[in-house]
Design a protein around this ligand. Sequence first.
Ligand code: ZN
Length: 657
Amino acid sequence: MNEKNIQKRIEKLRELINYHRHLYHTEDKEEISPEALDSLKKELFDLEEKYPQFVTKDSPTQRIGGKPLEYFEKVKRENVMYSFNDAFSREDMDNWEKRNQKLLLADYSYYCEPKLDGLAIELVYENGILVLGSTRGDGLVGENVTQNIKTIESIPLKLKGDYPQHLIVRGEAIISKKEFERINKDKDIPYANARNLAAGSIRQLDPNVTAQRKLDANIYSIVTDLGQKTHQEEHCLLESFGFKTTNKYNKLCRNMDEVFDLYSYWQDHREKFPYEIDGLVVLINDNNIFHQLGIVGKAPRGAIALKFPLKEATTIVEDIKIQVGRTGAMTPVAILKPVNINGVTITRATLHNQEEIERLGLKIGDTVVVGRAGDVIPEISKVFPELRTGKEKAFKMISSCPSCGSNLVKKKDEVVWRCPNTKCFKRKIGWFKHFVSRGAFNIEGIGPKALEKFIEEGLVSIPSDLFELKEGDILPLERFAQKSAQKIIENIQKRKNIPFSKFIYSLGIRNVGQKTSHSLAKRFKTIEEIKNASREELESINDIGPVVSESIVEWSSKKENEFFLNELKNKGVRYFLEEQKSNKLSGKKFVITGTMKELSRELAKEKIVSLGGEVYSAVSKNIDYLVVGENPGSKYNKAIELGVKIINEDDFLKMIK
Ligand SMILES: [Zn+2]
């Protein structure tokens, strides 16, 4: 992008962000998730940092919260109520630390608190009596909501202990998950999230309504100068005055490693926290340094909100490509500008079919919201036409197979176009890819490029041929050294015996995924039994409906599949029935650190979970075992400190045998 386009992008981003912020902060509504909004703000923040010439005073990065509502009395405060910039990764945090160290070289520790997702408030006490409660508003001018705040039982109307004559504190009005559920239970249209409900409740005109919703509040900072030297000290003072704090969860961390240990701990345990939290607030503990670092834009330099990884983010669709699947299905795939979601870099998202593209109104070049839940393939949920430049291109569905040129066909009632040619090269590759994939034969070391090569050279024509490959067959091929050729053959031969469910999945029956394969393997003992099963019999299985049963019956009736099964048998492939899932690690909690020799970390995790155990990323005293590989990290010392049982890889392998 040239500078002019960047400036335009910045302007459009601002407009879009302002629109959604207004909805969120002033009207307590949302059209996009807070995560998607955060992601847009992050793009703007990064662009402005790179091109400071385009920063303007009215940019959302320079503003705080929302405008005060007309019907509340305005409160003008002496000290602006700032908010914090966001960070999402270790890289973001290291950059933040470097920037600060450049301004002020010093040795300091970080005070970390769970970041509550509610509405920021300020409270003023005179002679120990609550006299004023206000919302953040635009930072300088807030709304007077004293009457509503007085209905919150955890806010003291009168202070305890050795309080000063005049005291200003700040905190967060929140709604507990329990209370949120209670309120939502008898609502026809439930509230979208606890944050909006808390905000809407505080900004009620009728304090009786506020009182009916049992709001809560945690207080986290003192504005008045009481000579407090550290942020930690402030928290202790707040507790002594009778405020509710998150003190028991807060932690002083000596360095960024410790911050991230805490971060991953909370990430694993956020479900158990009584309130919604969306990350950690990390502050330089030394108040003197904190104040010296000053303010940039709308936020103090000495603090940052380290947010949990996003399940959604915004990015740009750079292209739409057609992927040919093993059944010949043509799936449009969005090629994305790389974006990090939940710790993984995402570069593609499935678009399923042409109708989905039309439903989204997606064009190539559009900015979109992309999400990823668990291990599911990422999907696009929203398009922002507001950010278009006019250079976006419409997608045109192809009519012939990009691999073999056959005219595509579409069944009645179906939305998917398919290549009908069973000999189609791309289809064949799709079939092989499926066959060697993790859920199927799980043959390591054979990527799509290698498969293509094997097929092109005529070494294999159907997946069962893989079991006859010899080292000498692939050695002459370019790019295969002796060692890797040997390894590949070994990997193939190792998989001649596989669990029945994986065998079923490997056959590539349309609509039969891993879960259905498991269900089938539980009910039937042989593949012949499945082939002979009636539709009724199949549909008596829990997650099998008419569509799946038809696919299975259709697959069973085809001669070529009979042939393929025979081929597998002839090549020595056997399946075995899985034992009932063992629960020998039931309830045991594990953390893994360092590099393992035999198992990858992924596989070790899989093993533990399959045996009923749980895997965490941070060591705490609730952990039963720390599994230590080579070069263990700081978790090792922590486990010793806490007396957590430490086992090496050999012990672990014995345990899961
Ligand atoms: Zn084709």
